[in-house]
Design a protein around this ligand. Structure first.
Ligand SMILES: [Zn+2]
Length: 886
């Protein structure tokens, strides 16, 4: 077959297909099945030259792209990506001639074939395509938004949406250089990945903007933003020992909002320098633009040299509320980390997403702790790593790394497993093997793959070689490629002067879990402490083993996760739990967090008495750190919602008041930002979960004052950390008039944080008379795509009108899908995740059996939602729920 093809191809120019039937003698790609996942090997882009007319005042954009392509074998057809594009011309340009081609979209996920009128020889050629397309209206690909009377166009490409505005090779491993020219309305800002190098008049009130050639980059990192942005010029970030050139720094916000970017721009030079110093490598691009993008569908995206944020994450003014400030620091450090992790070294395919997201998430608290050592960023990271265990306890969870063979499944990798579990696993490795061993190896990995791509086997290899520690690689492999949370059972055995500890590992499973016992094992770096003082560490690779403790006397207590740095849960017998609780106040805060998590996990697995759990909640309320005090709140909220009948409500309220009222008083009016944040979080819990009348009255009053309801508006009445809680209470307690008022104020305030918080609050109305108004609002133009999603998700989380909202959703599913952001459609099954009974479960399954195709990729979210409902039912059946112990 191979020889025949070759002979035909060689004969082509002379014989013009005589005797060579193309259908019969197809080359590597022709006639093959369209690739639903990765593109076939052997066709690689080298350079793109993109020239677009991009005027956000219009409905469409248009232009041409030329792609220099390296073809390994002769081909008469190649596969690439393109979605809903109107391609008017397709031509292959060879050294001496042009060959016409036909472009055809083949798969809904945006896989297209380009078929040439004659086969192309192996080697280089240029593909030229002319095309146009409408701006997207669901915040995907090149989308358009209108804010305060001005239109903006922005490109959101990650993961596979660049294909909606650029026919090309929309795959992270296929990096190429980009030369971009944009024709835009005169005077409009245009933001690309390279610096703007030329701007010239193009007639008809337009200008042509040309950007410098980029480094090789994947399509998902492209920036094409055009609009009447405010531009905030800042002094360049000075040169340093790692970098000889200063980095020009600018901020972009929509018209009139540039003044709100001071905070983020002020801290940027220091954060960039921290990463350069820690990685000992220069910031890799020629400039840094920080963009506050209206309606940006993700929290932020690390577009190379043009980091783009959802505007409410960074437009915080000069004096942000403590929670808003922490959120800004977290997202900003994460995105800067990406300039190395992801942008300079890129995973070749989405199954290795953790190599960019996990390391950016892990690098964030490290950088922020250098930025402000007392900021509590290590505790925020520990809380985050633990939060992943909830999802990781499901049978339907993912492994950090698992194969992705279908484009529709790519977006499912963006979950707590990829971000937060990776953070926990990397932190565990860093601490056990030592930063001095692990981090230089990490630097070497960046150096080895700079400008290129690296997958997990590449990573394991470099890290293993550099550290000369095969166990380290094995630990990574066992946690990255297996799903689930390890659970370690400890039993103490003291006799005849010897103290032995029996340790057994298995996969954690809650009551009602379908997880089967398959003897799954991990290589677990385990460190424990006892009252004898010293920490003992070992690498647990066996299903069980016994450990001789250093102390001769039988210890009073054992803490199975010293420093709380292990990504695992643990159990003890009741006497040992009691011994540990008696010492709770003496443990470090990350250890306290591990104790709280393992106790709730043991309780939900049926193994810890309610009374012991409540004892722990009381202990945690007396802790020094905010993260420890608030760690039990999300569990209590769930138990309150699902397992506590009305008859237990007074007892729950009393319990909450006894614990948290004194703390609320102590933290009121504090000047310390952690205390302020603790105050806000407790106030929200007391008002919304415990139903405390005084907390509700206070919040409703502040919401009414802030929004100017029947009074002069007082902007100081509420900070953004309490928007959602206060507005929710006010919507629930202040009648129709307030709802009408709130809907009106949303449009007037021009405060995106307020807009999303108020949409969520409206969703949580408990007034059946408002249903119609709320449903109409959800689908109306008054609400953006993201706000509509938030409103609906919240409406189904609240028990009061859950059934009515659900019936409405079932009847209006196509309209809802049409309204919400495209990249969030796959999450629609999670609308039902607060359900807790069999009938509701059946209806959820039926809805997606019938209409799931409207939300491609929904299967993962559906499986997880089904399992969560089943687990909730199992816990309810077993009567676990604190009621008796309050
Ligand atoms: Zn990220």
């Amino acid at each position: 077959m191979k020889t025949l093809i070759l002979r035909c191809l060689l004969a082509l120019p002379l014989l013009v297909l005589a005797g060579c039937n193309p259908a019969e003698n197809s080359t590597a790609t022709a006639g093959s099945k369209a690739p639903a996942g990765k593109l076939p090997e052997g066709v690689r882009p080298q350079a793109y030259r993109l020239d677009l007319l991009l005027d956000p005042r219009r409905d469409d954009f248009s232009g041409t792209v030329e792609i220099d392509i390296q073809l390994d074998k002769a081909a008469e057809q190649i596969w690439l990506h393109g979605k809903n594009l109107r391609v008017s011309e397709a031509t292959a340009i060879l050294a001496k001639r042009e060959i016409p081609a036909e472009y055809k979209e083949v798969l809904d996920s945006g896989v297209a074939a380009v078929k040439f009128t004659e086969a192309l020889p192996a080697g280089e050629f240029t593909l030229r395509l002319a095309y146009s397309a409408p701006f997207d209206r669901n915040l995907a690909g090149l989308f358009k938004v209108e804010e305060q009377g001005s239109a903006y166009a922005l490109a959101k490409s990650e993961s596979i949406q660049a294909r909606k505005y650029l026919p090309g090779f929309d795959e992270p491993g296929l990096k190429a250089t980009f030369d971009i020219g944009l024709t835009v309305p005169a005077g409009y800002a245009a933001i690309g990945n390279g610096p703007e190098i030329e701007r010239e008049a193009a007639g008809e009130g337009l200008e042509k903007v040309t950007f410098a050639t980029t480094r090789p980059m994947p399509t998902y990192l492209l920036s094409l933003a055009v609009g009447p942005f405010d531009i905030v010029e800042r002094p360049a970030i000075p040169a340093n020992e790692f970098r000889s050139e200063p980095i020009p720094l600018r901020g972009f916000a929509r018209r009139g909002r540039g003044g709100d970017m001071n905070y983020i721009l002020d801290i940027t030079p220091r954060l960039v320098e921290i990463f350069e110093r820690e990685l000992r490598r220069p910031y890799p691009f020629e400039k840094l633009d920080i963009i506050a993008a209206p309606q940006w569908p993700s929290g932020a995206t690390e577009l190379s040299a043009a980091i783009t944020y959802r505007e409410q994450r960074i437009l915080v003014g000069d004096n942000p509320a403590p929670g808003a400030r922490l959120s800004l620091l977290g997202v900003h450090a994460h995105e800067i980390a990406h300039m190395w992790f992801g942008n300079l070294v890129t995973p070749p395919w989405w199954d290795d997403l953790w190599l960019k997201e996990g390391f950016a998430t892990w690098g964030t608290p490290l950088a922020l702790t250098l930025f402000e050592p007392e900021g509590g960023h290590d505790l925020n990271a520990a809380t985050r790593a633990i939060s992943a265990m909830q999802l990781d306890s499901l049978a339907s969870t993912r492994a950090i790394r698992e194969p992705i063979s279908d484009n529709n499944n790519i977006r499912n990798a963006y979950d707590a497993i990829t971000y937060s579990k990776s953070l926990g696993v990397i932190h565990m490795v860093d601490r056990y093997f030592g930063a001095e061993r692990f981090r230089p190896a990490l630097g070497r990995y960046i150096e080895a793959f700079a400008e290129g791509e690296a997958d997990s086997p590449d990573f394991y290899q470099v890290i293993g070689e550099e550290t000369k520690t095969p166990e380290l690689t094995e630990t990574f492999r066992s946690f990255v490629e297996q799903k689930g949370v390890p659970q370690l059972a400890f039993a103490l055995d003291c006799d005849a002067g010897k103290t032995r500890l029996q340790i057994r590992q298995s996969r954690y499973k809650p009551l009602g879990s379908p997880i089967e016992d398959t003897g799954q094992k991990w290589s677990i770096p385990l460190c424990l402490r006892t009252d004898s003082g010293s920490e003992q560490c070992l690498m647990l690779t066996e299903a069980q083993r016994s450990l001789e403790l250093a102390s001769e006397q039988c210890p009073q207590w054992i803490l199975p996760n010293a420093q709380g740095s292990g990504y695992y849960r643990w159990t003890l017998n009741e006497a040992q739990w009691q011994a540990l609780l008696a010492q709770f106040a003496g443990f470090g805060p990350t250890e306290q967090l591990s104790i709280i998590d393992s106790a709730f996990a043991a309780f939900e697995a049926g193994g810890l008495p309610e009374s012991t759990l409540l004892q722990l909640v009381r202990q945690s309320a007396a802790a020094d750190k905010r993260q420890v005090v608030t760690a039990p709140l999300r569990h209590l909220q769930k138990y309150r919602r699902n397992y506590l009948g009305g008859e237990n409500q007074p007892a729950f309220l009393q319990f909450a008041q006894d614990l948290y009222q004194p703390l609320l008083q102590q933290t009121a009016g504090s000047g310390d930002s952690e205390k302020q944040l603790l105050h806000s979080e407790l106030l929200e819990f007391m008002a919304l979960t415990a139903g405390d009348p005084a907390a509700r009255k206070q919040l409703a009053g502040r919401a009414m004052a802030f929004t100017g309801f029947k009074q002069e508006r007082n902007k100081e009445a509420l900070d953004s950390d309490l928007y959602e809680a206060a507005l929710t209470v006010a919507v629930q307690d202040s009648g129709d008039e307030f709802l009408q008022h709130l809907i009106g104020v949303r449009g007037e305030l021009d405060d995106p944080l307020f807009e999303s918080a108020s949409a969520n609050a409206i969703g949580r109305s408990d007034n059946a008379g408002q249903l119609e108004r709320i449903h109409q609002l959800a689908l109306s133009e008054q609400l953006g795509a993201r706000e509509a999603f938030g409103l609906i998700a919240n409406s189904l989380a609240e028990p009061a009108l859950q059934q009515q909202h659900w019936q409405w959703l079932r009847q209006n599913f196509p309209q809802v899908v049409d309204k919400i952001p495209e990249q969030w459609r796959r999450h629609t099954p999670a609308f039902a995740r607060a359900f807790c009974d069999a009938d509701q479960l059946g209806e959820v399954q039926q809805l997606f059996a019938e209409q799931g195709k409207l939300a491609p990729g929904y299967q993962r979210s559906l499986a997880q939602t089904e399992e969560q409902i089943q687990l909730c039912m199992a816990l309810r059946e077993r009567g676990r729920g604190l009621g008796g112990a309050l």
